[in-house]
Ligand binder design. Structure first.
Ligand code: GDP
Length: 343
């Protein structure tokens, strides 16, 4: 998405809702997890808006699981605004085969960054969770207040527990220390810099890769895991970046906010859409021995809509542009790193 579009749409929005929390152009802004799907989108967006003091640290430079290292980095760099979008993430298979990494890495990263942000007086922190925090059988669409009302989906419970802990950290530091820390819960995300590795990716990038490979290799069908019946909602990561900036400027409460489109479709319908964009004519073969996961995961986004934000990128348009990105940049980066937030 070009910066002209960003500016035009922002202009529109600013006419409607004044910024509660203006972010100065020279504010020191740390994007924790800038190398991944979400962090890179937030960084692109901040650069497009002309913010001049953007702070990043690679995993080699800073192990976010190490409290001492994180404290030292915060003391040396003194960020004023933090986007906490770092984490170890992955799709349904990675979550079930690497549960220890998913719970340990994420618990640690959330705790170290929130604590260092408190200690060094960060002015605002936006923590990004995940829609998998909600109970497996939550009523659909899922409202913010459905958190902790039932059992979690077993295929990603360790990750979900860590993500819930992130929300509770922000709330606890707000209550005890008055920190201005907020949380956003995005639905399934996709876009440039996604992970297209078939073992660890989520469904949408996996399908792009599978259909692309089938086309290139002249195969007639691709496999789609599970029954194809589960329903999922997908948000383009540039829309998420827009929502994160919007919330950082306009939202100031204890409760987390769902971020999504409010629309979902079945995995089978998604596979057909991706097939039509990437490799028309290739057939789908369901693989029911693979897990389905949550039957449905549609977020209720009425709170976000009431605040004045709506997504802009339709699913087909987003799949088309993501596939264009994959063809130019994505396939050369395989297998992609699994760090940095979403799920
Ligand atoms: P989830 O939203 O946490 O369940 O994570 P995923 O994005 O990994 O999976 C969503 C749904 O897509 C599940 O029902 C998967 O079984 C299904 N799916 C179908 N084909 C694939 C695939 O190739 N990769 C992945 N990750 N999921 C797939």
């Amino acid at each position: 998405m070009g910066s002209a579009l960003v500016k035009r749409l922002d202009g529109k929005r600013e006419n409607r809702i004044p910024d509660m929390h203006d972010i100065a152009q020279d504010a020191r802004i740390f994007v924790a997890g800038h190398g991944g799907l979400v962090g890179s989108a937030i960084l692109r967006r901040l650069e497009a808006e002309g913010f001049s003091r953007l702070l990043t640290a690679t995993r080699g430079e800073l192990d976010l699981r190490d409290q001492r290292a994180v404290d030292h980095w915060f003391e040396a760099n003194r960020p004023e605004i933090v986007f906490l979008v770092a984490g170890t993430v992955g799709g349904i298979l990675a979550n079930s085969t690497r549960p220890a990494e998913f719970i340990y890495d994420n618990l640690m990263i959330h705790a170290t960054v929130v604590h260092a942000a408190y200690r060094t007086g960060v002015r605002r922190l936006l923590y990004l969770g995940s829609s998998c925090i909600y109970p497996r059988h939550a009523p659909q669409p899922i409202r913010e207040q459905d958190l902790l009302t039932g059992l979690l989906e077993p295929t990603n419970e360790p990750y979900a527990i860590a993500k819930i802990a992130g929300i509770k950290l922000c709330q606890a530091y707000r209550r005890q220390y008055g920190c201005d820390f907020i949380s956003a819960m995005p639905t399934n995300l996709y876009g440039p810099n996604d992970n297209f590795d078939l073992e660890s990716s989520h469904v949408l990038p996996a399908l792009i890769r599978k259909f692309h490979d089938a086309k290139v290799e002249g195969r007639r069908s691709v496999t789609v895991w599970g029954t194809g019946a589960p329903r999922r909602e997908f948000l383009h990561v540039d829309d998420l970046a827009d929502a994160c900036l919007f919330l950082a400027r306009h939202y100031d409460e204890d409760e987390h906010v769902n971020v999504g489109t409010g629309e979902d479709l079945s995995i089978r319908a998604l596979a057909e859409l991706v097939r039509d964009v990437v490799a028309p004519g290739v057939a789908l073969e369901l693989e029911p021995t693979k897990p389905d996961g949550m039957p449905r995961k549609l977020l209720d986004v009425s709170r976000l809509h009431a605040l004045g934000w709506r997504h802009r990128i339709g699913l087909r348009e987003g799949v088309e542009s993501t596939y264009a990105w994959y063809q130019t940049a994505g396939s050369s980066r395989l297998p992609a790193a699994t760090a940095t937030a979403r799920s």
